[in-house]
Design a protein. Structure first.
Length: 129
């Protein structure tokens, strides 16, 4: 796909990315146990599957948890609420809430699963995840 890609440089970049990844936080939030190959695959795919640099940056920020959520900002002493800004369930503003649990984002995931169910000709339930 990238003919002039230096694999050694890519390996170095991936190593640097893995050092700064908050792996234990993701494993705790997702209730999974992973290995280095799993995270290498995620980091590598971030740059290979998407050519749009803005989307790559968004993915990088999410993977590395660079965007501080309300809970962290509140703990840092900022005058920010630790609750979801959408006031949907009086829930803590965490990564998992913003990506999965927030009522507003649940509507998005319902649309995604409905579309994929129609496209693939099978039922995909949110409760499967």
């Amino acid at each position: 796909m990238w003919p002039d890609l230096d694999v050694r440089k890519l390996g170095y970049v991936l190593t640097v990315l893995l050092i700064s990844l908050p792996i234990s936080k993701w494993e705790q939030d997702l209730s999974i146990s992973t290995n280095v190959d799993f995270w290498t695959h995620i980091c590598k795919n971030n740059f290979i599957n998407c050519q749009n640099t803005n989307l790559q940056l968004i993915q990088y920020r999410v993977i590395h948890r660079i965007r501080y959520m309300g809970v962290k900002l509140h703990k840092m002493g900022n005058n920010v609420s630790d609750k979801c800004i959408h006031f949907t369930q009086n829930s803590a503003d965490t990564y998992m809430h913003a990506l999965w649990h927030c009522t507003l984002i649940q509507h998005f995931w319902i649309q995604v699963t409905d579309y994929l169910s129609h496209l693939l000709g099978c039922h995909i339930s949110l409760h499967s995840f």
